[in-house]
Design a protein around this ligand. Structure first.
Ligand code: ZN
Length: 157
């Protein structure tokens, strides 16, 4: 079994991330510790994704800690959607996908607020309800705060 230090070193090396930055967020360290999947740096891919036990990241805009935190949220979160045929209706599936995305965004913000206090301003579109710029973001905010605020604050530092 890999030690936490080995896990942090592995992900930092794979994605060329700063180990000190990673260690600045207890939330991120906790996510890395609870994740047992693989990390793949794919130079032909411009984005981040999680699937089948693998977090894949690549491209100049996505090889960063916020993408890692977001994908770890998908990989380890409690509100991630299952397969489409697990739901009675398309609406139910869409709601489940939205909850999963809200959770990943909430975790990403929690990590980045710790690492970079100006991250929310730089992010461009706050997801918090009072600062919401678009109705779709307000919808996310309702999901994030209504469904996730208690579990997030309980489960992640
Ligand atoms: Zn996502």
């Amino acid at each position: 079994m890999k030690s936490l230090d080995d896990k942090i070193r592995e992900v930092a090396t794979e994605f060329s991330l700063n180990e000190t930055d990673i260690r600045n967020s207890a939330t991120l360290v906790g996510l890395i510790n609870s994740y047992n999947g693989a990390y793949v740096n794919d130079g032909s891919f411009n984005g981040g994704e999680y699937g089948n036990g693998v977090i894949t990241m690549g491209g100049q805009d996505y090889l960063n800690i916020e993408t890692l935190a977001h994908e770890l949220g998908h990989a380890t979160g409690s509100y991630q959607a299952s397969y489409p045929d697990s739901y009675a209706t398309a609406r139910d599936y869409a709601d489940a996908r939205e909850r999963g995305e809200g959770e990943a965004i909430a975790i990403e913000l929690k990590v980045m607020q710790k690492i970079d206090s100006s991250y929310i301003q730089n992010y461009g579109f706050p997801v918090w309800k009072d600062n919401a710029k678009q109705s779709s973001e307000e919808f996310y905010t309702d999901r994030v705060i209504g469904i996730l605020s208690t579990p997030i604050s309980t489960l992640y530092e």
